[in-house]
Design a protein around this ligand. Structure first.
Ligand code: XMP
Length: 396
């Protein structure tokens, strides 16, 4: 269990040490991370200690008034929404201090997908503990064009992270060969991801912490029983890693603001939602390498045209889908029996329902022209005009 005590009056390292010692002397408390920058003490305890005991331990020191105490997974009502670079900087300073104190000289492991949440956690951890972080990026072969390269460029080359890059494309695609059933595909991708991550983690020694990109909606949803609180991988039970979740009280827009303040590129911070199983759910039916390539290339063209037209800032999610289905067409004056590329662009607030973006006709024709002429295997494009419900946003 975790409690956060909000404490004022801590002016120096000695004050922090006194508060830490007082809290860790309370029976049942295993660890207290005290930061005067954050004005907080984060206390991990086994439930035998009471809130009154924790507050009393600090109050007994007299100089450090406790202004509140809260479950560590609850966002304080007084917490200001992070909407400006200045507020993001203050959050970053507090978290860097808390992370340094939590991690000490220990080592942290993080699965870095390249998505917004894990990228921001990685950037925060690099700022806080540098090379004590080892980030593992598993390329399952279902990433969008250029995505894994961007992870390498940003984290390894620009931020100097300890990055382990695993190109597991063949493993995933071999496991997925011939599997057409959507849930089976998702299960294979999820299970293989855990396997690859665990294999890489097992090669490391002395890891004490596991970084996670948990954000506040994840906490709220797991509280409401909507979904299990996500957890990376199935690290063996005997490996007891302490969780590091610096974004767990933030909403998505705040995570983006923090990411921008940390200097992450706009294309990473403001990227549209992308499902964990990646292009796998957009290569409908049994995945083949050639059709997967057609999804990747058509998606890249669509994204390029959206950005050129300024639609990337306006539309919530847009992508292409290439089902395992062919139709007759004409290419180079000859009959061609090739795939159909579906273009989808939707707007939503919460992804529970979605409306269709009414794209300009000339724009759609231009995109269709480019895709049918530039992507091998595609002779025809269609635009999906189906709202959610009845359709879901993704195809599988
Ligand atoms: P659906 O297709 O259910 O999607 O209407 C709603 C939103 O969730 C995204 N999505 C996923 N995100 N892992 C994720 O992180 C997944 O497995 C996954 N499946 C769907 C989808 O892109 C849309 O934004």
């Amino acid at each position: 269990m975790e409690r956060v005590l909000f404490i004022t009056g801590m002016g120096c390292e000695k004050c922090e040490a006194k508060v830490k010692a007082a809290l860790e002397a309370v029976p049942g408390v295993s660890k207290a991370v005290v930061s005067r920058v954050a004005g907080e003490a984060v206390v991990t305890y086994d439930g035998t200690a009471t809130d009154e005991q924790l507050v009393a331990a600090v109050s007994a020191l007299e100089h450090y008034p406790v202004s509140g105490i809260l479950d560590g997974n609850l966002r304080p009502e007084s917490m200001e929404r992070i909407t400006t670079p200045a507020l993001a900087e203050a959050f970053i300073d507090a978290q860097v201090d808390l992370l340094r104190k939590q991690i000490g000289d220990g080592s942290v492991l993080l699965a870095l997908s390249g998505g917004v949440d894990s990228s921001v956690v990685a950037a925060l951890l690099i700022k806080a503990v540098g090379k004590q972080l080892t980030a593992i990026h598993v390329n399952h072969g279902l990433m969008r064009k250029g995505e894994s390269q961007q992870v390498i460029d940003v984290f390894e080359k620009q931020l100097g992270a300890n990055l382990i890059y695993v190109d597991a494309t063949d493993r995933f695609l071999d496991k997925l060969a011939g599997v057409a059933e959507p849930e089976s595909k998702r299960k294979i991708i999820g299970a293989e991801f855990i396997k690859v991550f665990d294999e890489e983690a097992a090669k490391l020694s002395g890891i004490g912490f596991l970084g996670q990109g948990t954000i506040y909606p994840d906490i709220l949803e797991s509280k409401d029983g909507i979904k299990a609180h996500h957890n990376v991988g199935g690290l063996p039970d005997e490996v007891k890693l302490e969780l590091v979740e610096p974004l767990k009280l933030l909403f998505k827009d705040e995570v983006r603001t923090v990411g921008a303040a940390l200097g992450l590129p706009d294309s990473m911070v403001n990227r549209q939602p992308f499902p964990g199983p990646g292009l796998g759910v957009r290569c409908v039916g049994a995945i083949t390498r050639d059709r997967l390539e057609a999804v990747r290339e058509s998606d890249a063209i669509l994204r390029e045209e959206f950005a050129k037209a300024g639609l990337d800032k306006k539309v919530w999610q847009y992508f292409t889908v290439v089902p395992d289905f062919k139709a007759t067409g004409i290419k180079d004056g000859k009959r061609a029996f090739e795939w159909i590329c579906i273009i989808r662009a939707v707007n939503t607030r919460d992804a529970m329902s979605a409306s269709i973006e009414r794209l300009d006709w000339d724009f759609l024709e231009k995109v269709a022209d480019r895709i049918t002429h530039e992507v091998p295997g595609i002779t025809r494009c269609v635009y999906d005009v189906t709202k959610k419900p009845t359709a879901t946003i993704e195809y599988e």
